[in-house]
Unconditional design. Structure first.
Length: 250
């Protein structure tokens, strides 16, 4: 439930009824941010984690239903082992330090991706966070960890096929396939934001973003302030979403 009133939301230049229900963010540019400041890549990742607090709180306060953050892809295992180790340590630190505030703000944490493949120390912290918040009814915070959309679609297709065989049916329906996605039960993505100016999807929610609007702000993720996020939401609200149809009076 939104903390901000309709009047407060209007003061941001936004219309409550026109806010996206589901925002997905590819948090790109931590390394380049650090390089520009002559800092280590680890420092860039830490700055990126610090930025999470603002984007999550603002999404929750605005009444956005779901926020999906691309934190660690299946391809990120290709990075140097020390960098991967830093990312894992930051995950543990984040969930340990932030869980109380997330819980008190009625945020429900969901992990999308094959997080079971992480080391037990990481997996246990993740599972405790999900268990702690599973009854919360506010913002769905989807954190994509060891996530790849092609793998998700293949996983869903295999599970749906097993259901089809078990029920003696002869085809997989869309609703059945979608029920096996990690985001099942949540709205389709309305807005995708990728920071740092890069204009790629990078194997992220390929099915769920079919009719999403896209924004590619130039800011590196650590510099993507609350005001930058509000600006992106204002741009989103200025778009005409036709879903394959025509505008009225066209």
């Amino acid at each position: 439930m939104a903390t901000y009133s309709e009047e407060e939301i209007r003061a941001f230049g936004l219309v409550k009824e026109a806010l996206p229900k589901h925002v997905a963010v590819i948090m790109d540019g931590n390394g380049r941010w650090a390089k520009a400041k002559k800092l280590s890549r680890s420092a860039g990742h830490r700055a990126g984690v610090d930025r999470l607090r603002g984007i999550i709180r603002l999404s929750s306060d605005l009444g956005i239903t779901s926020l999906t953050l691309y934190a660690f892809s299946t391809e990120n295992w290709k990075r140097p082992s020390d960098e991967v180790g830093t990312l894992m340590a930051l995950l543990i630190e984040y969930f340990t330090k932030e869980i109380d505030e997330l819980f008190s703000n009625n945020v429900r944490i969901r992990i999308i991706g094959a997080y079971e493949e992480f080391a037990p120390t990481v997996r246990n912290v993740i599972e405790r966070a999900m268990k702690r918040t599973e009854q919360n009814t506010g913002l769905n915070l989807n954190i994509a960890l060891n996530y790849g959309s092609r793998a998700e679609i293949l996983r869903a297709a295999n599970l749906a096929m097993k259901q089809v065989v078990a029920e003696g049916k002869d085809e997989i329906l869309a609703e059945m396939l979608e029920s096996y996605f990690y985001t099942s039960g949540q709205p389709e993505v309305d807005l995708v934001i990728r920071t740092s100016g890069e204009q790629r999807i990078s194997n992220f929610l390929l099915y769920q973003i079919s009719y999403a609007e896209f924004l590619f702000p130039e800011e590196y993720w650590p510099d993507f302030t609350d005001e930058a996020y509000l600006s992106a939401l204002r741009v989103y609200q200025s778009r005409s979403r036709r879903f394959g149809g025509l505008e009225e009076n066209a």
